[in-house]
Design a protein around this ligand. Structure first.
Ligand SMILES: Nc1nc2c(c(=O)[nH]1)N[C@H]1C(S)=C(S)[C@@H](COP(=O)(O)OP(=O)(O)OC[C@H]3O[C@@H](n4cnc5c(=O)[nH]c(N)nc54)[C@H](O)[C@@H]3O)O[C@H]1N2
Ligand SMILES: Nc1nc2c(c(=O)[nH]1)N[C@H]1C(S)=C(S)[C@@H](COP(=O)(O)OP(=O)(O)OC[C@H]3O[C@@H](n4cnc5c(=O)[nH]c(N)nc54)[C@H](O)[C@@H]3O)O[C@H]1N2
Ligand code: SF4
Ligand SMILES: [Mo]
Length: 735
């Protein structure tokens, strides 16, 4: 049989690497990096080969599943979609839209069919009880982008190929391959920057893989970044070093900002962040002196107690140093399918309503997921009684996962659109599994907005859709159609109008994502009448992808506020700065509590959140889910390297193996999230054999970034102690 070669992009992480697949007899024989991909240039990581494992995994669900008692039955699609729509419609009629919650997980943004068609499901449900992985991740970035630039997707990224300095906080791209920064092959790009005399400076409580190749690394106390970043701003203003250049022409609030950061001196910051005042001053001066520098902060500075303030200060630093929208600084990409300037753009909105129980603000139509469990558990009008999860595993990925488990057990109804029966979906009444990643086509709608180079690439399906399977978008379309039939659309409108609205919705839903892409490309910034003349046909003719060039100046044109201005400050931010002044004063005087340690997370290149541990190829070798702890902290507690220890937080405790390492700073411990697969009813055999424990059994649903409601998953106070023998039976039950 002939061997066929296919090209496509990997959709597992934000690096969207180009891949070359060789297929013989309907089986993959090799997966390699595509040397001709203009963005990734042949880069690949170990997870790409696991695409084959996902494709062939016998545990991956291929038919709709219905729970009957403790048994799961395979049923047909018509029955599944009809019954799910019946149940959702019944709850909607009895309790209203708010009673139906929705949670969208991380792969939603890596699967374009979910992006283009999930509104088919949520449109007729008209619910405000919506949640996603955004609020355990990048919510502060989106909020700051919305406030400053007028659009939640206007995120600037380090223009690394022309940078002379990157100050990186709370990110480990050597493991994560970059985030809110599509930067495949980041190691090579860092090395190239260093070869031209540029410097990478990493700020992280752990000496990470990225810190290892950096020119300087500063340990920072978890949660101390806001103090550090505000102090950098303070020095720049106090020493009269601000050079915003042309940005000053269209940026409001610069003087106000200078005035408001004045109290945050390096001396005050030092006491809280653990980096001394001289180092902070030197860092500020180095930043200002660099001809092209980028300040970039990610997970570690978003998912912490002052995430929004951190992201604001980072943006402010890039502005006052004149590095925003400057080659080699932080730049805004111009994607071919533009969700910022294109039709149907969603700039965002903030605090238009609040969560019922705790009063947390919505952002862009979603509530903070840390409030999901309480919205299910607390009786009253608007209580969530049914839940739809889409490509997510919140039991392992959101704070206080045990409480969420308890909540899921009380729901009247749950449906999961997911390919596995895992820690979350096992609570569902129905699981609706879509086709696998190699069985549908793909175009990355999101990550071109954060890419360090403008490119476009269409990935055709490698394998035909199996008989009797549905793509994610078809599941949404099928449910949407049925829900509209049961719930109607817009009762107040006259019948004809109602009919035509329904007709339009039905037509739109039946259009596949690639049709929508073709339209968007042709009408987009590189479409008809432009030199590139992009269309679906043009992309199909260029299987490696099309290079649209280096990042280019975007401001002020691309700003989305009226009059195309940057709004550096608003009332909410001013209040937050004032509040932080008080927080800092308290932190400065607070004595650390006896024996308390700060828990942070970490990522590994062979692991991807919670859902790829069923690939033998990735989990093999030594376990990677131990607790990292400094030898001196172990010694102080009479603990030994390699022993089982108990970690306890306000919300729970787990027992894990501890590993002594000087990689981690004293007073801090690190545990990766996404593990904890030994739960009843999970059908992921390999993962269960490598179970580990869930870090989110320790993280706290009450510990948030106050402004955004984003979960503070890093810097969680914990105690670590020996596992006593008399507790052994309980440990065994957990293990
Ligand atoms: N303590 C701690 N917690 C964290 C983090 C941390 O650093 N520390 N990180 C947070 C971050 S950044 C994120 S993004 C979240 C992730 O949190 P989630 O998005 O909730 O979890 P994932 O592990 O990504 O789960 C993905 C699910 O999608 C399914 N899936 C995969 N592909 C598809 C598909 O194409 N279609 C459908 N329908 N389903 C699919 C998988 O089977 C799996 O159930 O975790 C967060 N939680
Ligand atoms: N291999 C792999 N790649 C992935 C993923 C994965 O699970 N595995 N997940 C993907 C997803 S969903 C995302 S969002 C991205 C995340 O991408 P990154 O943000 O690059 O990922 P992390 O490795 O979580 O890096 C966070 C860093 O913050 C540090 N940190 C913790 N607390 C603090 C603090 O208070 N201050 C500072 N300065 N640093 C702190 C941690 O030590 C860690 O090194 O990765 C994506 N890529
Ligand atoms: S870095 Fe790895 S997982 Fe991420 S896109 Fe590239 S090959 Fe896929
Ligand atoms: Mo994420």
């Amino acid at each position: 049989m002939a061997e066929h070669v296919h090209y496509g992009a990997c959709n597992l992480c934000e690096a969207i690497c180009g891949l070359e697949f060789r297929v013989r007899d309907g089986r993959i024989v090799s997966i390699r990096g595509d040397e001709q991909d203009p963005l990734s240039r042949g880069h690949i990581c170990p997870k790409a080969v696991a695409l084959q494992d996902l494709h062939e995994d016998p545990d991956r669900l291929r038919r709709p599943q219905k729970r009957v008692g403790d048994q799961w039955q395979e049923i047909g699609w018509e029955q599944a979609l009809d019954e799910v729509a019946d149940r959702l419609a019944a709850i909607h009629r009895a309790h209203g839209g708010q009673a139906i919650g929705g949670y969208m997980g991380n792969p939603s943004v890596h699967n374009w069919g979910i992006m283009t068609h999930s509104s088919a499901l949520f449109g007729p449900l008209k619910t405000r009880s919506r949640f996603s992985a955004t609020s355990v991740d990048q919510l502060p970035h989106q909020l700051v982008s919305y406030w400053l630039y007028g659009h939640q997707l206007m995120v600037a990224v380090p223009d690394i190929d022309r940078s002379q300095m990157i100050l990186m906080l709370g990110a480990n791209p050597l493991a994560s391959n970059g985030s809110l920064w599509t930067v495949p092959d980041v190691r090579k790009r860092i090395k190239a920057m260093q070869a031209r005399g540029g410097r990478l400076i990493v700020v992280d409580p752990r000496h990470t893989e990225t810190a290892e190749i950096a020119d300087a690394h500063h340990f920072i106390r978890p949660g101390g970044d806001a103090a550090l970043l505000l102090a950098l701003l303070q020095v720049i203003f106090a020493e009269n070093l601000a050079r915003p250049g042309r940005l000053a022409d269209f940026c409001d609030g610069l003087e106000d900002a200078a005035h408001r950061v004045a109290p945050f001196t390096p001396e005050r910051a030092a006491a809280v962040c653990g980096i001394d005042a001289d180092t902070i001053r030197a860092l500020a001066r180095e930043l200002v002196a660099s001809p092209a520098a980028a300040v970039y902060g990610r997970m570690g500075v978003s998912t912490q107690a002052h995430g929004t303030l951190c992201q604001w200060a980072i943006a402010a630093l890039n502005i006052v140093t004149g590095n925003l929208d400057r080659p080699g600084g932080m730049m805004f990409p111009h994607p071919a399918m533009d969700l910022i300037k294109g039709p149907g753009s969603k700039p965002g909105h903030y605090d238009a309503w609040r969560s019922r129980v705790r009063g947390l603000p919505e952002f862009g139509g979603e509530l903070p997921v840390a409030a999901l469990a309480e919205e299910i558990l607390t009786p009253g009008d608007g209580q969530i009684r049914a839940l739809v999860t889409i490509a997510g595993n919140p039991v392992l990925s959101t704070p206080n996962g045990r409480q969420l488990e308890q909540a899921l057990g009380t729901l009247d109804f749950m449906v999961a659109i997911d390919c596995y029966r895992n820690e979350t979906t096992r609570f569902a009444d129905y699981i609706l599994p879509p086709t696998g990643g190699l069985e549908h086509d793909h175009y990355d709608l999101i990550f071109h907005h954060f890419a360090m180079r403008n490119t476009a690439k269409y990935s055709p399906a490698i394998f035909a859709k199996p008989e009797g399977a549905l793509h994610d978008w078809q599941i949404f379309a099928g449910l949407g159609r049925r829900l509209r039939a049961r719930l109607g659309s817009g009762r107040s409108k006259p019948m004809l109008q109602r009919l035509s609205a329904r007709l339009r919705a039905e037509v739109a839903e039946r259009l596949p994502p690639h049709w929508l892409l073709d339209q968007a490309l042709k009408r987009g910034p590189y479409g008809k009448g432009r030199p590139q003349r992009l269309s679906l046909k043009a992309l199909r003719a260029a299987p490696h992808g099309i290079d649209l060039g280096a990042l280019r100046e975007a401001l002020p044109r691309r700003l989305c506020h009226r009059e195309r201005r940057i709004a550096l400050l608003n009332d909410a931010l001013r209040a937050e700065l004032q509040r932080y002044d008080r927080v800092l004063a308290e932190l400065q005087t607070q004595a650390p509590r006896d024996g308390e340690l700060w828990l942070i997370g970490r990522r590994h290149v062979r692991s991807n959140n919670s859902w790829m541990h069923n690939a033998q190829r990735l989990v093999k070798g030594k376990p990677r889910h131990q607790l990292y702890m400094h030898p001196a902290d172990l010694e102080a507690r009479g603990l030994l390297d390699g022993q089982r220890v108990r970690i306890a937080s306000r919300v729970g405790e787990i027992d894990v193996e501890v590993m002594a390492t000087e990689q981690i700073m004293r007073g801090v411990v690190s545990l990766p999230h996404g593990w904890g697969h030994a739960r009843p009813g999970v059908q992921q055999r390999v993962a269960q054999a490598h179970a580990g424990q869930s870090a989110n059994d320790l993280t706290d649903d009450r510990y948030l970034d106050r402004l955004s409601g984003n979960a503070a998953l890093n810097g969680v106070p914990v105690q670590v102690m020996a596992v006593r023998d008399d507790l052994a039976p309980r440990v065994a039950a957990n293990a």
